[in-house]
Write a protein that binds this ligand. Sequence first.
Ligand SMILES: Nc1nc2c(ncn2[C@@H]2O[C@H](COP(=O)(O)OP(=O)(O)OP(=O)(O)O)[C@@H](O)[C@H]2O)c(=O)[nH]1
Ligand SMILES: [Mg+2]
Length: 663
Amino acid sequence: MMEKKIGFHEYKIFVTELVNIYDSYLSVRGDYNDGINIVLLDKKIKNIVDNIFYVAIAGEVKAGKSTFINSLLREEILPADVLQATSSIIEVFYSKRPFLKITYASGRVEEIEEESKEIFKERLKEVAAIPDEYRDIPTSVLDQWLLDHGEVPEVNDEFIHYLEAKSNLDNLSSQIDKIRSYLQKRNLDNITTRIELGYPFRIGLENVRFLDMPGVNAVGGVYDIAFSYLDMANAILFIHPIKPVESESFKNFVSTIIPKKNKDMVFQVLTHAVVYFEEKDRLLNEARRIYANLIPPNRIFAVDSILKLIHEDLIRGKKLEDIKRDKAKRKWVAFVLDLADELGIPPEKAFLEFSGFKELLPALENFLIEAPILELRNIAQTIHTGYEELERMLNEHLSLLLVRQKDLEKFEEEVKQRIDGYKKLQTEAYFILEEAEINFKGLNSPFERALQEFKSKYQELIVNSRNLEELRKHYRDAEDELDEIIGKSLSTISGFFQEKLKVLGESLNKEYKLTIPKIDFAILEESTKKKLKEKEEKDALGRAWSFLLPWRWLKLKEIFKFKKESASTLEKKLIQELKGTAITQISNVLDKIRDEIFKALDYYKGQVKQMLKEKEAQIERLRVEIKTAEALELEILQTEKKLTMIQREKERLNRFLENLNVV
Ligand SMILES: Nc1nc2c(ncn2[C@@H]2O[C@H](COP(=O)(O)OP(=O)(O)OP(=O)(O)O)[C@@H](O)[C@H]2O)c(=O)[nH]1
Ligand SMILES: [Mg+2]
């Protein structure tokens, strides 16, 4: 759909323009009811303006995630090292005021403000990195235990057995002292739950939050929280060294960790490209071929973060000999300069050129704004609909005013005609409401059938799940499919009303010159959907979901009692239990959703009744209002002026939509 690549810069210009368009619309519209739900439209505009894009940077331990973010952000601010590993998720984003905010499990918040980047980096190293001596024990499992139980466990055989089962590590009994010493040091007051780093980065990505994730195969697995972050991400960049290009962890990541609906958000970024400079193109092509069934080729990139950082150093006027003092860079400075010379590329351009970021960045920006651009288009179209409705209303009003000015008798006649039309409208609308009731509430309604089908499909999938991963995936897919069903049902309902009202409107207009106002169904649909979604998350699904988190399985006390059994027996027992819960939860959620859809139907019905009332009042007003000739003339002039303004604004909107359409 996108022909020209546009980025955040252009996107921001579109947003500003739309906000202007919206402000004019509000003032032109005044108190007229054009059927547009202004409260919701307002919310949409706010969302667009405050929209934050989350970009999750995932990958194996030491893949180069932190270095990659640093090079994107043009600051060496996240600790990156051959030794120290990132163990907590760090949110990094643009902020005029530099600050580092650390939230601990105890609720304590530590904030460091207005400090230099070195101080932030040091503090991050202290709180977000696993000390070297503990790298071979499952620290994240231990932390999770402390988070869940709030007390230090007794480190005995049982506990070691538990750790081994959870982390897939063997021989932890030889590490008993280390585990004890680690647990001694950890408590809720030094386990971090959130780390936010705001800094005045020299980039135009003010609305983006980068998430530096711990390695996916970090010892002992991933924290619960990592999954929530992956779920809310707008793009997920999986970082992997370019060699070896074949990666089990990437396949695993895409097929078991990422829920279906987020699969289209994954990029693969192959790092360390300069190290294999000669083979880079071949390796990139190979990756595109190997992963063809997982990810489209235009979402795989080869980059070198170190080269990008050297490029940034040069831009800041750092001298080559100073850059070379950095061990990670030294080798590559000479290498690239040599290569640039050989290929006849100016040395100041070479580092960026070979870094691969020139290709990656525009692609990422373009991808991130694709969805919001659609939203801009929707909003613009809604405003356009509003204007058309206003135009219709004002034209009708104007024509009546003109008749009244010329011929009072004819005016009375026309008003009478409309009142007859209104009576007819009332009866017809009543039939429409009746029909809606039968269509959408019956046992045989398509909506009810979809719910029943959904139920049996997922019951079967859940019963047949062979392990926790499968169970988790089915459950997550069920949530997404439910979204689809809700969406479809709502649009069927609004489609029904829209069509009926359109047909009715046309016949009334012909016979009685009566125009009936439009109802903004699209925007209603979305708000109902959102409402349902929030409910869902807060209610049963949300709770069931955290209950299902597989890496929490041994937390269940009654299951922990069977500690003498093998891990696989335990897992089987747990799966049985979870399956039962999942099925009950799905049933409960379906009942709730049915209720909500019925409420939505009632809401639509309310809107139709409201429209009838307004129309009645409008005609009544027209009839009883006595106007002097001057007042009449003034009103005619004002109405004409308003119509010209609408014309101009509509043209502006059309230009806006045209410009959007070329991107
Ligand atoms: N040449 C080269 N070296 C890189 C590149 N990316 C990372 N490195 C080096 O690889 C090492 C690990 O990089 P990090 O950024 O710490 O990796 P990480 O994925 O954040 O590691 P953890 O947080 O520990 O899991 C560092 O020594 C980096 O200098 C790259 O693109 N090219
Ligand atoms: Mg890191």
